[in-house]
Design a protein around this ligand. Structure first.
Ligand code: HEM
Length: 339
């Protein structure tokens, strides 16, 4: 049996870092490598999770699938000519997940944040398009190289590391990463009582050829709800998947999908550059979930969500984090499909 991943939280900074992705006490950072950066990132994500775990994702390993529909709002077509934003109802598959590459991470653990949502829209021409978002409105770093630096610093930090530790040094020289780890990330009552954010910007183009840059915001129609500390201390390891299964057996769960629009001068190619909340939002429509997939654990292994599976009317920004994601996901997918 695999040893459980060990937790250490000797300082506020380290505690905050545990909410970032994952951490370890006995992982040695890899030396400089000739491998592509994205492959090094996946290697280190796997190391930090004490993996590999056969068939599981290198990040967001624990998840659950649900199905439902997306109904576009009347204003959605003004923003984009994408097929699912015209006046048709689109079938969707959604995967909710916990952070880290640890498949059995208890849902109440700090490291299980941020949570993820991956949404696949089945388009009329039998192609599909995905949205892949997290429950924090920010990313810690601007480039994949910096992301590797962050993960390497986490991996190189042990309880015995002399001060300042590698992660303290990294956070000290990367204020956006420090800001990210300090954002409160309370555990939700349900995967469906949490807001999710696209973080990376996309370019939306309508039938008249007008384009706007924007970021997805996916908010629960019935409002956000976080666990109290008392309830969290009693929470079962899989409380989130059990709650979702019970909720959808008895009814539906709805999210509003919107796009926050950039204004002239807003930075659109940096996932750390969060836009002010007062930027206008266009409502794209309502996501309604009505069932958990019966054999979710088996089916999720066959799926590979990817934020750059796009459709006509939605295009990527030049954000280097966004552009690095497909290659990183492909490394993870290749390993889990071949294991
Ligand atoms: C360079 C930056 C990033 C890297 C290297 C990275 C890496 C990964 C990897 C390796 C996976 C597993 C893929 C698979 O096996 O299917 C994954 C999944 C995921 N990532 Fe990222 N990621 C990055 C940025 C982001 C960002 C910015 C977001 C959200 C805005 C995000 C959200 C997710 C989610 C929700 C999943 C789970 C998808 C699913 O349910 O299948 N990631 N990521």
């Amino acid at each position: 049996m695999r040893p459980p991943v060990r937790v250490f939280s000797p300082s506020l900074v380290t505690l905050a870092v545990t909410s970032l992705l994952a951490f370890s006490t006995h992982v040695v950072a890899e030396p400089a490598s000739d491998k592509p950066v994205v492959e090094q990132i996946v290697d280190i994500q796997t190391q930090l999770a004490k993996g590999p775990y056969k068939g599981f994702r290198a990040n967001h390993a624990k998840g659950i699938l649900a199905t439902g529909t997306f109904t576009p709002s009347p204003t959605a077509a003004n923003l984009s000519k994408a097929a699912h934003l015209q006046q048709t109802v689109t079938p969707v598959t959604v995967r909710f997940s916990n952070a880290t590459g640890v498949p059995a991470i208890p849902d109440a653990e700090t490291n299980a944040n941020p949570r993820g949502i991956a949404i696949r829209f089945a388009l009329p021409d039998e192609s599909y398009t995905d949205i892949v978002s997290i429950s924090v409105n920010a990313f810690p770093v601007t480039t994949p190289e910096e992301f590797l630096g962050l993960l390497s610093a986490i991996a190189a930090t042990t309880p015995d590391s002399p001060k300042p530790t590698p992660i303290e040094q990294f956070l000290g020289s990367h204020p956006n990463a420090l800001k990210f780890v300090q954002i409160p990330k309370p555990a939700p009552v349900s995967y469906t009582t949490l807001s999710y954010f696209g973080v990376n910007a996309f370019q939306f183009t309508n039938a008249k050829g007008e384009s706007r840059f924007g970021r997805y915001r996916i908010t629960p129609v019935s409002g956000e709800q976080a666990m109290s500390q008392a309830d969290l201390s009693k929470a079962k390891p899989n409380y989130l998947s059990e709650e979702l299964t019970a909720r959808l057996a008895n009814g539906e769960a709805k999210f509003r999908i919107a796009v926050q629009l950039a204004e002239p001068g807003d930075v659109i190619d940096d996932a750390t550059a969060v836009w002010p909340d007062d930027r206008p939002q266009v409502e794209l429509g309502i996501l309604t979930l009505n069932a958990v997939v019966a054999d979710s654990a088996a089916v999720e292994k066959t799926l590979a969500f990817n934020p750059l599976i796009l459709t006509d009317g939605i295009a990527p920004s030049k954000d280097p984090i966004l552009l690095a994601r497909p290659a990183a996901y492909a490394v993870s997918v290749g390993r889990r499909f071949s294991n």
